[in-house]
Every structure is written in structure tokens, then in C-alpha cells.
Design a binder for this molecule. Structure first.
Ligand SMILES: Cc1cc2nc3c(=O)[nH]c(=O)nc-3n(C[C@H](O)[C@H](O)[C@H](O)COP(=O)(O)OP(=O)(O)OC[C@H]3O[C@@H](n4cnc5c(N)ncnc54)[C@H](O)[C@@H]3O)c2cc1C
Length: 480
């Protein structure tokens, strides 16, 4: 029977469909996911649930990437992401976090990321240990102005002072402004002289404020990863794409083949050219990789015998320059454990990464002693190295001065049978876990469509998005 006959006979067509399903089990479409962070695991989960053969190649000996919950203190501490930005049902991660019953501790309300970050939850100190009056803090918000041309945020502030000398800040006011810049540098993981004025506040924030994952992020990724074929210790070095599929080589020379691949490695790794693409990626894709910024933020976690600091969420140190300013997250408020987390960003983080862990912990402790001279020594510490870590080479992406915000989208757009995911491919929520997660789902759907178009089976495999059951479990807000 020729193919024209098959098409004209609906019964036979149906039978053929089922026989295709049978064939799918024997040789269903295959995909290799490179990188086992939130984006990669989200993509792998979605395609696995859509009956694809999925193999995840992960360079580290653990999954999670920039989500890394450490248990060495006897309780969970996140060395990478720790907040769910947007405690609301619209957050794509809300269904899974809600179903797991994981508690969140809200450190701020809506629209309070930088300038007006719920000021009541801060206690600011100068270098002599004097607490800064709250009314001075709010005055500094006045320097925010609208400029048309792009420039570094630090330059914009100088221009404001030139144009409006009445707004010039001196003494403690000036130091508080520097502290704001320090907080902003933490948010972007970059120095104020590299952050784009045009785009610094273009990021979409979900409502609901910022919720700390009290028990750490690990349970979430572990749940998503359940049952997947994940090969740890598999560092990808080369990706060859041809019309009929992809061939992926790992460090020890072994190769893996599949119909398509999802590249979910960090932007820092793509920038380093440690993965060779054959043929080369198109120019527009290489330009997106080069032109997006990748910054550094680290965590130095200090564990103390007991609490001796004020009962606020953050302790900030104001100083003459943002480089000298600092802040500590008080985990005691959220978790009950006597832990402070020092979070340097930008050049300061880069400089601290050159120190030994012991020296880095002493440095953080010294900052604390400046504001609380009677502080007792920490009993344990943990230090992250997101800039130097060859699996990441930076903490998260940001908009560089004079570059287009569209670069995130360009980084996401597929090239033949290669699909791209990860926080730096999220136009809406870059630099976040939920952004990374959404791009994983998007890449999975794009990949499913493309592979199945080729297989001619588009109608018989399940869509990968919108799979969550309709029951929505509300997020659990912990009150300590
Ligand atoms: C200090 C810090 C604090 C943060 N705080 C928050 C926060 O509070 N809230 C929030 O929402 N976001 C936060 N973020 C950002 C968030 O962690 C990331 O946006 C998100 O986790 C990125 O996920 P991803 O899947 O894109 O990348 P990753 O998690 O980095 O995953 C990429 C994976 O690829 C692997 N890989 C690398 N190279 C190769 C290779 N050659 N072959 C195979 N595998 C490879 C890596 O090991 C990694 O597992 C923070 C990040 C940092 C560093």
C-alpha cells in the first residue's frame, strides 16, 4: 500500500498512529541536556514527562549548579540562591514549592528591591559603630532621575549632583548613598560603574516580595530531578550539530548522540569558549554571549555560638565608597540559627576570591567587628567562589552599559537543533532561579516541537508546558 492510500483511510491512519507510539518506546526522540542546574533539570523533567529519552550531562559531582545547599553546619545553608523572588502564585516555581510544603520567610514586601528596600528591616552603622538615623536613609532616594542616554549608574549620580547641587550629599548622607550603591552592586553582582542606567530597573519583578527558602533550595531541585538519567562528572567540551542530530563530547573523550541538545550551562562558561561548537555558533549568538555581562557575588557564611546582634534582617555598614560598604543577612531571624551571611559583590568579591577561605572569613568578621566591636569569633564558616569556579565563572548576568536588553532573548533563540536555557536567556527574569526554571521549560517546548515536526509525530506526544495539576497549594510563609 502506498502512502496516498494510507492518508485516505482514517481507520488505517489511526492504527498507524498507535504503531508509531509503539515505535516511540523503542526509539523515541532523544535529547541531551548539558548542565544540571535549575534550567537544565526543568528542561529534562519536561521532556522526560513528554516521553523523550533524556540524558543530562553535568560537570560537577552534584546537581543544582548555582543552587547549592550546604549541610555541614548540621542545618541547611544556601551558598548560591536563597530567595524566591516573587512570593506569589504567578511564580513558575510556586506549584512545586507549595506542594513540597517548604516554608518561606519574607524579607521584604512588594516593589522593595533596592532604594526603598523595607528600611525598617535594616540597621545601618558607620565605621565607628554608630547607628545611622532612619530619616537619613530615605533622603538618598531623591537622587533617582531619568536619563535618556545610557551610562554607568555611578556616572548618572555624579551628573545629578552637578545639575542639582542642592541634592549633593555630604558626610553620613553620602555614606548612606554609597551603601545603596553597595546594595545595588549586590543585586546585579557588578560594580556601579558597569551597571547600565537604562536597564538597571527594567527587570520585571513578580509581586509578593522576596521569600527566603528556610530549608534551602535543594529539596526543590531534587524533586524535579527524580528519576532522570543524570551523568555527574561529565564535563562537555564539544558539541557538533548536523541535520540529523547532535554529537556531544565530554572531557574524557566519550561521546553521546541524540536528536537535539539543550545547552543549559552558565553564561560565564559560554564566554570562556571551553565548549567548542561545530560548526561555530552564528555571529549574532556569539555577540549575545560577548555583550551580556556576568557579575560576581559571593557568600561568606559565619556561624556563631550565640546571637549577639540586633534582631533585624540585614546589618549594613556605611562608608565613603560602595567598595568599603557591606551588609550581612541575619539568618537567625529566618531560621533560628545563629548565622550571619556577608555578601560581597563586584570588585570586592573578586578581590576576596583571591584570598584563602580562612582569610576571607577573617575579612568578613573584621567588617562585623567594626560595627559590633564585642562580636565573638565565629565557630564555623563557609565561603563560596562563584567567580573562580570553572563550572560557573560568574554569579549571574546583567545588562552592560550601551548594550541591548534583547541580548537575553538572542541568547535563548535556538540554533538548528541546539536549544539554549539558563538564567542569562531569560528576558523577563534574568539572574534568578525562577527565570532559569522558565527558560528550561521554554527550551523543552521548542525542542519538542522541532524534533517532533521532523518525526511527524507532533500530535501524539504530550505538550511539556502547563502540565501541573490544577490544584494549587498556597505558599507557606514562616513567621519566626
Ligand atoms: C551567590 C548567589 C546568590 C544568588 N541568589 C539568588 C536568589 O536569592 N534568588 C534567585 O532567584 N536567584 C539567585 N541567584 C541566581 C540563581 O542562582 C541563578 O540564576 C540560577 O540558579 C541559575 O540556574 P541555571 O540553571 O541557569 O545555571 P546553573 O545553576 O549554574 O546550572 C548550570 C549547570 O551547568 C553545569 N556545567 C557548567 N559547565 C558545564 C560543562 N562544560 N558540561 C556540563 N555541565 C556544565 C554546572 O555545573 C551547573 O550545574 C544567586 C546566584 C548566586 C551565585
Amino acid at each position: 500500500m502506498d502512502s496516498r492510500d494510507k492518508r485516505s483511510n482514517p481507520q488505517l491512519q489511526k492504527a498507524l498512529c498507535y504503531s508509531n507510539v509503539e515505535r516511540r518506546h523503542a526509539s523515541s526522540p532523544s535529547v541531551i541536556v548539558i548542565g544540571g542546574g535549575f534550567a537544565g533539570i526543568a528542561a529534562a523533567r519536561a521532556l522526560y514527562d513528554a516521553s523523550f529519552q533524556v540524558t543530562v550531562l553535568e560537570s560537577r559531582d552534584r546537581i543544582g549548579g548555582r543552587v547549592h545547599t550546604d549541610y555541614s553546619f548540621g542545618f541547611p545553608v544556601d551558598l548560591g540562591a536563597s530567595w524566591l523572588h516573587g512570593v506569589c502564585k504567578e511564580n513558575p516555581l510556586a506549584p512545586v514549592i507549595g506542594r513540597l510544603g517548604l516554608p518561606l520567610y519574607r524579607t521584604s514586601g512588594d516593589n522593595s528591591v533596592l532604594y526603598d528596600h523595607d528600611l525598617e528591616s535594616y540597621a545601618l552603622f558607620d565605621m565607628d559603630g554608630n547607628q545611622v538615623a532612619q530619616d537619613l536613609v530615605s533622603k538618598t532616594d531623591l537622587v533617582r532621575q531619568d536619563f535618556r542616554e545610557d551610562m554607568p549608574i555611578s556616572r548618572a549620580i555624579s551628573i545629578v549632583f552637578e545639575r542639582r547641587p542642592d541634592l549633593r550629599l555630604e558626610g553620613l548622607d553620602y555614606k548612606v548613598l554609597q551603601w545603596y550603591l553597595c546594595r545595588m552592586e549586590g543585586w546585579f553582582a557588578a560594580d556601579a560603574d558597569t551597571i547600565s542606567l537604562k536597564f538597571w530597573d527594567q527587570e520585571e519583578l513578580l509581586p509578593g516580595g522576596h521569600g527566603l527558602m528556610v530549608r534551602g533550595y535543594l529539596p526543590v531541585i531534587n524533586t524535579l530531578a527524580k528519576g532522570l538519567d543524570i551523568r555527574l562528572g561529565h564535563r562537555v567540551t564539544k558539541i557538533v550539530r548536523r541535520y540529523h542530530g547532535v554529537k556531544v563530547t565530554v572531557e574524557d573523550g566519550r561521546t553521546f548522540v541524540a536528536d537535539a541538545a539543550i545547552v543549559a550551562v552558565p553564561l560565564g562558561v559560554l564566554k570562556s569558549n571551553r565548549i567548542k561548537f561545530e560548526p561555530r555558533l552564528p555571529e549574532w549568538k556569539e555577540a549575545a554571549i560577548n555583550d551580556l555581562g556576568i557579575g560576581i557575588e559571593n557568600k561568606i557564611v559565619l556561624h556563631f555560638e550565640k546571637v549577639f546582634w540586633p534582631n533585624v534582617e540585614f546589618l549594613g555598614v556605611v562608608a565613603e565608597s560602595s567598595y568599603e560598604c557591606s551588609y550581612f543577612l541575619n539568618l537567625h531571624k529566618a531560621t533560628g540559627h545563629s548565622v550571619l551571611v556577608y555578601m560581597p559583590a563586584g570588585q570586592l568579591a573578586r578581590d576576596i576570591e583571591k584570598m584563602s577561605d580562612e582569610a576571607a572569613a577573617s575579612f568578613a568578621f573584621m567588617q562585623l567587628k567594626r560595627i559590633l566591636p564585642n562580636a565573638s569569633e565565629p565557630i564555623q564558616y563557609l565561603v563560596s567562589h562563584w567567580g573562580a569556579d570553572e563550572n560557573t565563572l560568574g554569579s549571574y548576568s546583567y545588562d552592560m552599559v550601551g548594550k541591548s536588553h534583547d541580548l537575553y532573548e538572542r541568547l535563548r533563540i535556538p540554533v538548528d537543533n541546539l536549544f539554549f536555557a539558563g538564567e542569562a536567556t531569560s528576558f523577563e527574569y534574568p539572574g534568578s532561579v525562577h527565570g532559569a526554571y522558565s527558560t528550561g521549560l521554554m527550551a523543552a517546548e521548542d525542542c519538542r516541537m522541532r524534533v517532533l515536526e521532523r518525526y511527524g509525530e507532533l500530535d501524539i506526544l504530550h505538550p511539556v508546558m502547563g502540565e501541573d495539576p490544577p490544584i494549587s497549594v498556597p505558599l507557606l510563609i514562616s513567621r519566626m
